[in-house]
Design a protein around this ligand. Structure first.
Ligand SMILES: Cc1ncc(COP(=O)(O)O)c(C=O)c1O
Length: 484
């Protein structure tokens, strides 16, 4: 956000854009919200959007686009091979990251498929070391016979902290792991910008430089997941010494110069839909290139529509505008602060991406094998019509022996899609979560009735243990009268 001070001294997030196209949303009565949650198997992924008031499930593919992005979509060059649109996008990306080659893909996980096939599959049992896993990243690595080792600093796994870069890799752990495993048993090291599953926490340039130096010395490929680069750039500029006045393009290039492979989901980065891989090494490029037509499409579209590629080319350039990238972190901070005022446990410092409520504390009476974060996500929908996402044990895969792998953090993530919601809507969300916190003892656990083997959180179905959702809805009606 630009430097605008209010006379009152209050720190109010101020939107640096105006809304010129809107979508009607519906807020159903609490009894209907309860019914829809039951029909969705207490899995917020299975709700229909028409029944959702504010869709805060994710920031992925649901960000507001600018008028320049929409305008660009009208000029797309539709062609299977050699589309002019592709070359435009390629130029923007090469300029932004300073890397030699760009391979298009239909979204972030498609890049993870290609990278895992090239770097993990030839080395069965090898370790992919990272600050923290993302669900689809881990699934692709394990599917290709690798294992994931997470070495985010200890502070990164604490709910409340004052450390500004909680996504940093623990350098001692990295050195120890390389020594223990030997570099030939390591497929790659991965740094995830704006570390998603620990609360959208950023990684410092200092840390990236240290990790890169180690990887270069050992000859281990360093992979950068830039999906949440926009948020991470904001935090580097705001919080890291020496970057306050740095140009966002220079910071981006500096990061990329430390990496061997950069990949991204354009559902997040660039506020469009799609993805891609950037690389400078000729042989890596050639081996990865072979997989693009096989899984994605021809090299000049890679599964993306030309209209999305045009929107992405503009959206990426807008990522280098501080007013654009600061919007979400500032709203996230405002939402976190509203909840902190009521002593509601949230991940601090607030990260990018969304406000993360700690379900372990919020629902301390619910055991981890009864999925407290999933239960909290369901309870939030019943109480507010706001759809959030479970990021805890439900989002984990079971261990090989079939036992639950308990997540280190049990979070209900209230994502803040970029430039979508107004401050009054955000305040409404905080209001309903405050009410829920006062009534938290009414929330109970969940149990699976249908459990998919892979990425079970997407379409697994659950049921409540006891009749707590009905009791919760009744209490809402008592407290709010005829209010929606
Ligand atoms: C950090 C990170 N990496 C990768 C992905 C996967 O991207 P996509 O959803 O486009 O497949 C996501 C998606 O949310 C993400 O947050």
């Amino acid at each position: 956000m630009s430097n605008v001070k209010f006379l009152s001294g209050e720190n109010i997030p101020l939107e640096m854009h105006k809304v010129r196209m809107v979508q009607r949303v519906n807020l159903l009565p609490v009894e209907d919200r309860l019914q829809r949650m039951e029909e969705a198997g207490f899995n917020t992924f299975l709700l229909k959007n028409r029944d959702v008031f504010m869709d805060m499930l994710t920031d992925s593919g649901v960000n507001a686009m600018s008028q320049n992005q929409y305008a660009a979509m009208m000029q797309a060059d539709d062609s299977y091979a050699g589309s002019e649109t592709f070359y435009k996008l390629e130029d923007v990306l090469k300029d932004m990251f300073g890397m030699k080659y760009f391979l298009p893909a239909h979204q972030g996980r498609a890049c993870e498929n290609i990278i895992s096939q090239i770097l993990v599959k030839p080395k069965p049992g090898s370790a992919a070391i990272m600050n923290y896993h993302f669900t689809t990243t881990k699934a692709h690595i394990t599917l290709n016979g690798g294992v994931v080792e997470e070495i985010v600093g200890d502070e990164g796994l604490k709910i409340s902290s004052k450390v500004p870069f909680k996504g940093d890799i623990d350098i001692d752990k990295l050195n120890a792991l390389i020594k223990r495993l030997g570099k030939e048993k390591i497929s790659f090291v991965r740094i995830e910008a704006g570390t998603n599953l620990i609360g959208g926490q950023p990684v410092s340039m200092k840390n990236m430089k240290e990790v890169s130096a180690i990887c270069r010395k050992e000859g281990i490929p360093l992979v950068y997941d830039a999906s949440l680069l926009g948020d991470n750039l904001y935090f580097i500029k705001q919080k890291e010494d020496g970057y306050l006045n740095a140009d966002l393009r220079d910071i981006t290039r500096e990061i990329a110069s430390l990496m061997d492979i950069v990949y991204f989901s354009a559902r997040k980065l660039g506020s469009a839909r799609g993805g891609g891989i950037l690389v400078s090494d000729d042989s890596l490029f050639l081996t990865m290139r072979e997989l693009v037509p096989l899984y994605e499409g021809f090299l000049t579209y890679g599964g993306m529509s030309v209209r999305e590629m045009e929107a992405l080319a503009v959206g990426l350039q807008e990522t280098l505008d501080f007013d654009v990238i600061s919007q979400t972190p500032i709203i996230v901070e405002a939402l976190c602060n509203e909840l902190i005022k009521k002593d509601i446990p949230v991940v601090t410092p607030p990260g990018g991406l969304g406000c993360h409520v700690d379900a372990k504390q919020f629902c301390s009476h619910i055991k981890q094998d009864m999925y407290p974060a999933g239960a909290l996500a369901s309870a939030i929908f019943i109480s507010s019509g706001v759809r959030v996402m479970e990021r805890g044990t439900l989002s984990e895969q079971r261990n090989e022996d079939g036992s639950n792998r308990f997540a280190e953090m049990e979070l209900a993530r209230i994502a803040v899609p970029r430039r979508v919601f107004t401050l009054s809507q955000v305040k409404y969300t905080a209001d309903r979560i405050n009410w829920l916190y006062e009534n938290r003892r009414l929330i109970g656990g969940l149990t699976f009735v249908e459990e998919p083997r892979v990425l079970r959180f997407f379409f697994g179905r659950l049921e409540p243990i006891g009749d707590w959702p009905t009791v919760l809805a009744k209490k809402f009606r008592e407290d709010f009268g005829d209010s929606l």
